[in-house]
Design a protein around this ligand. Sequence first.
Ligand code: SF4
Length: 444
Amino acid sequence: MTDKTFYIETFGCQMNAHDSEKVVGTLVHSGYSQVETPEAAALVLYNTCSIRDKAEQKVFHRLDQFKRATGKGKVFAVIGCVAQQEGERIFERAPHVSLVAGSASYTKLPEMLVQLEAGNRRVIGLNLETAETFDTPFTRRDNPHRAYITIIEGCDKSCAYCVVPFTRGPERSRTSESVLREAAELAASRYTEIQLLGQNVNSYRDPSPAAWDFATLLDRVGRVPGIRRVRFTTSHPRDFGKSIVDAIDENPALCNHVHLPVQSGSIRVLDRMQRLYTLGDYMRRIEWMKKARRNISITTDIIVGFPGETEADFQDTLRLLDEVEYDSLFSFKYSPRPNTAAIAMDDKIPEEEKTRRITIVQEKQRAIQIRRNSDLIGKIEEVLVEGRNQALGQWIGRTSQNRTLNFTHRDAAAEPLTGKYLPVQVTRAGPNSLVGESMQCGVM
Ligand code: SF4
């Protein structure tokens, strides 16, 4: 390839977003330059998500649409979960694609690029048998203040509805030393917030002789000079130990927010989902957080309409929402995925019933969030300023609990506040965000 311009489009989760940052860095280090539109690029990459059927269809639709519009002479690459799941079938469905690579093969990306440049029409990286993680010193980060660090890749669980174990390979953790080094480098580059990532971030097991568990690593990252906030996502309830709550209590740099996906409030459905914990186990973890010294915000994921979910099971989920009073949740309609155990299960729930259930969940949760957010009116929260909404004349901040807090600042002509930490008094609350006023003219 003589023209070394590339465009990348990313679908899916934060792991994918961060993988794209690393892919971009790897490409730039190999002499490529990133452009803003697929039209301007010689190489077009789609980093894909297959967690739901809709996300997967979207990728093929984009590929098709784009090929018809401007495909001539361009090289197309499909990477990420759909690439791993569909493999060589992608070449049949979209013959204009030249590279297909799953995330477990990204360490081979430089070699694959060389093959592409040599004019190879079909380059494939689909090996899941790997003990490696995709570490690169060339990451191109999108956000100037918050940086992602992947500490564990893959998944060894086998939830009955989930494709991840088939698309991202087995769990493999980075050494604690390499994670701490990256955190220190980020602090030296003026990043103040770090988000530790993993499909099951708290299943982290340090492969080095230090053998730290997740809580120890979390605490140590929070003690790196210059780092003011550390977040982590996503936690698996089975591996969520009390030591994580203790670490949050002890170390103010650790954000007081935990995303702990429950998926269902029904003992029976959790069992069918093969989630590896009982409702009792889950509630014990909620209790640890509710009893913590710091006010820990708890959020979750819910799936409605899993095969065999009865009305009584669904009512159990609603009861759980009332009991825990989550600060936010992501709700999904069950979507059958290839290779998963649930695909063979009887008693599928009709689409309209799933829609009814998800609507009820969302309405209930909206009322809970209005109530919980209203409790914060009058309180002072520290925010990291993430940007500005010119139309509303407000700054956009994020609290340690991961709430959006839009605020006005007395000194309207002040220097840009983005990236600063400020105390803000909450004056109003909606279901999804807060509004407030900055408490000081200067910045921290
Ligand atoms: S723990 Fe379950 S839901 Fe999470 S990635 Fe692994 S298989 Fe999927």
